[in-house]
Design a protein around this ligand. Structure first.
Ligand code: TRP
Length: 431
């Protein structure tokens, strides 16, 4: 469970959560997000974990075993596709975090004092050498951990470091709430704008963010389910993962939005939001340099544990034994991911002219993974598990029987696929 929490907690909770909350009207999005976590995320998370436990950790083969007939046998493929797309830009953002960490540690500040933060950050991510080097470094460290087979050590470290990240965020939130813009931030975050709540695009973004942040519908949880022993309560574990992940995200929101309103930033500026806002928070804080260094270190570790969980999936699926074979597969995955990440890494500088769907490469990949591939994968997984999996085995593996088991079954059969299908169609049609 700790490994799953390590995979779930990452940039999704801080970087992505803040920017999609800001883009989707604040409180309305948060309400939709909580509903999506409980009604769509939890049933699917239980399903993925239970499927992995019953039919093995291979994120594609598991579904072939559960439902051997076409087209169900391919239910695992969209999720792996989503993971591949995410791996093609997530390390780039992790590289930005690493660059901030290095700058705070070495120079004392991330962005030059007195400069316009948005422009300074834009210049930073436009530098091709730096972007590529930071991305490669993130992937190299992640692959080294997988190759060395020290994930257990990482899990132990996460057991201390992830709670530490939460404690630090809580402390920062307590400080942020004393800023002059705190009142407006609380309004923005917790007073839903009903018009935004009526927009399907808000709900599609909420479902996509929930899946992204929970690490859902991309094979990771199937793999972790495969490593679970027989006597573990999957539903309570899933609830704890969901609660922990959501708690970190909400706390991060309480750090970032008071600062957004206090320092006069645009909450809807997109993927740059936290990188532009956080330096202002730390600059105004006594001991800010040290706090910032620790914060970006913990955030980088959180991001790397997420990348590790992704590299681990193909390594596990390859069946390589610990040792040289394992190291070779981990290295190969990292090199491929690094090549795949080149367009996203250069998309703010050398390749700035490349604007798929009118946005930077990184933003378009992010949108494609979260708002298209993850919902599609969620539909495939829910239908496959709900309709094709032998009910006795599903109940036995999930530990859900009786009326709750029935509610879970019909969530997978109807609620999750129908809701996601409606959101996909309506979300795209009405933008
Ligand atoms: N759950 C992770 C987070 O919140 C993000 C994530 C999802 C991820 N899928 C991934 C990271 C695949 C790397 C690869 O940060």
């Amino acid at each position: 469970m700790l490994a799953a929490l390590g995979s779930a907690i990452g940039l999704g909770n801080v970087w992505r959560f803040a920017y999609v909350v800001g883009e989707n009207g604040g409180g309305a999005f948060i309400l939709a997000y909580l509903v999506c976590v409980v009604l769509l995320g939890l049933p699917l998370m239980i399903g993925e974990l239970a499927a992995g436990r019953a039919a093995g950790p291979d994120p594609i083969g598991t579904f072939r075993r559960i439902a051997p007939a076409a087209p169900w046998r391919w239910a695992g493929i969209p999720g792996v596709a989503a993971a591949v797309v995410i791996l093609a830009y997530y390390p780039v953002v992790a590289g930005w975090v690493g660059t901030y960490l290095a700058r705070y540690a070495l120079d004392g500040t991330a962005l030059p004092a007195g400069a316009d933060p948005a422009a300074a950050f834009g210049a930073m991510i436009a530098d091709p050498v730096q972007a590529l080097a930071a991305t490669a470094a993130v992937l190299a460290v992640s692959a080294a951990v997988v190759a060395a087979g020290v994930q257990r050590g990482i899990e132990t470290a996460s057991r201390i470091l992830m709670p530490l990240l939460l404690v630090l965020l809580l402390g920062l939130a307590a400080h942020a709430l004393t800023l002059p813009g705190a009142g407006r931030a609380l309004d923005f975050l917790f007073r839903p704008d009903w018009a935004a709540l009526a927009r399907p695009a808000t709900w599609l973004a909420a479902a996509g963010q929930a899946f992204f942040s929970l690490g859902l519908a991309m094979g990771i949880l199937v793999a972790y389910g495969g490593y679970l022993g027989p006597a573990r309560g999957i539903p309570s574990k899933a609830a704890m993962i969901a609660a922990g992940d959501t708690g970190v995200a909400l706390t991060a929101g309480l750090v970032i939005f008071p600062a957004v309103f206090s320092f006069g930033f645009d909450p809807a500026q997109g993927a740059t939001l936290v990188f532009v806002v956080l330096p202002e928070v730390f600059a105004a804080l006594p001991g800010g340099r040290l706090i910032a260094t620790v914060f970006f270190l913990l955030l980088l570790i959180a991001a790397i544990t997420s990348v590790i969980s992704m590299i681990e999936v193909p390594v596990a699926a390859s069946g390589a034994r610990p040792g040289r074979a394992r190291a070779a597969v981990a290295l190969a995955v990292a090199v491929l991911a690094c090549l795949a990440a080149v367009p996203a890494a250069l998309g703010f500088g050398r390749l700035a002219g490349l604007r798929p769907a009118g946005m930077a490469v990184l933003d378009s990949l992010d949108l494609m993974a979260s708002n298209l591939l993850l919902p599609l994968s969620g539909i495939a997984l829910a239908l496959c598990l709900g309709w094709r999996w032998r009910r006795a085995e599903a109940a036995e593996s999930s530990g859900l029987a009786g009326p709750i088991g029935l509610a879970w079954l019909w969530s997978l059969r109807l609620v999750v696929p129908l809701a996601l299908a409606v959101l996909l169609v309506a979300g795209f049609r009405h933008g």
